[in-house]
Design a protein around this ligand. Structure first.
Ligand SMILES: [Zn+2]
Ligand SMILES: [Zn+2]
Length: 368
């Protein structure tokens, strides 16, 4: 990498040359949190930025290195130009500084394992349940606070339970290149409590898995993909309790398709029914109803049955049922039927077919 192209360290951190140490730290903290790999997984550009700001801060936060940089610029550390270069020790202090930032960033105390966790439950309901509303009992497993230690992780009455190896954090941070990474503390298995003092009921985990039953209300008119959040029904940890998110999947109906609060139903009719008119049995969510099909109904015509749809979700009233007439062409004909149809075909011209007439008129208009 050509040293000449490298951005000025002060510029990288967005500060003036004469910046004071505490302001420098504030500027670095903001950028480090913004570009940290934990916050930008698989983002190479952010990782690159994170490295650049960390390098700039590593140099400028060290009075000796900062003086050399102010005198010589990047050349001060470029071995090709007689500089000293960098080694891991130059960044050792960065790790400690970052550790403090990250606790702020993720709001964690005593290890990431004590963060509240939300749970997801996938609930499949029938079309009718979603339409008219229902209540369903669900069973799932979640961690609940250990009754013995009340989530403290240590055996009640034990003295100085804190793990000395990780100072009760449950995890150990270490430097990997530019990045401060963490792993669970081996001495206490990530509990933050030394092994001898760990709660005997939960082995220092503070919470134990337990089956939980819950009634979930499906309000009338709920749509497929809706999420019901049950506050406080997620994982319990000593620090906080997560929520349970119930993702509702509405099973498709063999006859009805939902469009908001309306339901669409395709009703097949024969050609003679469509031509002559007929009394049809039409299914609705509340059972069959009679519908008068007027003579000369075209295929694709939609009739609206008012108030036969679903309750309007979060509102008043009901949607409609849309009955779409689909004229079916006979798939197989007897000799007699064919004879009659052929006779009909000779009898009817374009003038008896309004759509065909319009089509022929347009076609004529197009080529004349
Ligand atoms: Zn316990
Ligand atoms: Zn430990």
């Amino acid at each position: 990498m050509a040293v000449a192209e490298k951005r000025d360290y002060y510029e990288t951190l967005g500060v003036e040359r004469g910046v004071a140490a505490d302001e420098l730290k504030r500027a670095y903290k903001q950028l480090a949190i913004k570009f940290h790999p934990d916050k930008n997984p698989d983002d190479k550009a952010a990782e690159e930025q994170f490295k650049l700001v960390s390098e700039a801060y590593a140099v400028l936060s060290d009075p000796d290195k900062r003086r050399r940089y102010d005198q010589l610029g990047h050349a001060a550390f470029d071995p090709a130009r007689g500089g000293t270069g960098f080694d891991a020790a130059d960044f050792a202090n960065i790790g400690e500084i970052l550790e403090g930032f990250l606790d702020d960033m993720f709001g964690r105390r005593g290890g990431a394992s004590r963060m509240p966790k939300d749970l997801r439950y996938n609930l499949e309901v029938s079309f009718e349940e979603a339409a008219i509303g229902a209540e369903r009992e669900i069973e799932y497993e979640r961690h609940e606070l250990c009754e013995h230690c009340k989530g403290a992780r240590s055996e009640p009455g034990s003295t100085q339970p804190e793990c000395p190896a990780c100072k009760g954090r449950g995890e150990v941070r270490f430097q990997k290149g530019f990045f401060a990474t963490s792993r669970p503390c081996f001495s206490c298995d990530g509990s933050g409590v030394r092994k001898e003092a760990q709660c005997k009921q939960c082995s220092g985990r503070g919470a134990v898995p337990r089956k939980q039953r819950l009634r979930v209300k499906i309000p009338a008119g709920l749509e497929d993909g809706a999420v019901r959040t049950m506050a406080g029904m997620g994982e319990q940890t000593p620090a906080a309790t997560g929520d349970l998110h119930v993702h509702v999947k509405v099973k498709p109906h063999p006859l009805f398709t939902r469009i908001g609060a309306d339901v669409l139903c395709d009703v097949p009719v024969s050609f003679p029914q469509a031509a002559l008119g007929a009394n049809l049995d039409v299914p609705t969510l509340e059972g069959k109803v009679k519908m008068r099909l007027p003579p000369g109904t075209q295929s694709g015509k939609v009739f609206r049955l008012r108030g036969k749809g679903l309750p309007v979700f979060g509102g008043y009233g009901k949607g409609d049922e849309l009955v779409k007439v689909v004229v079916e062409v006979p798939a197989k004909l007897t000799d007699r039927q064919r004879e009659l149809l052929e006779e009909l075909a000779r009898e009817v011209g374009a003038e008896t077919h309004p759509q065909q007439q319009t089509f022929l008129d347009k076609l004529r208009g197009l080529f004349e």
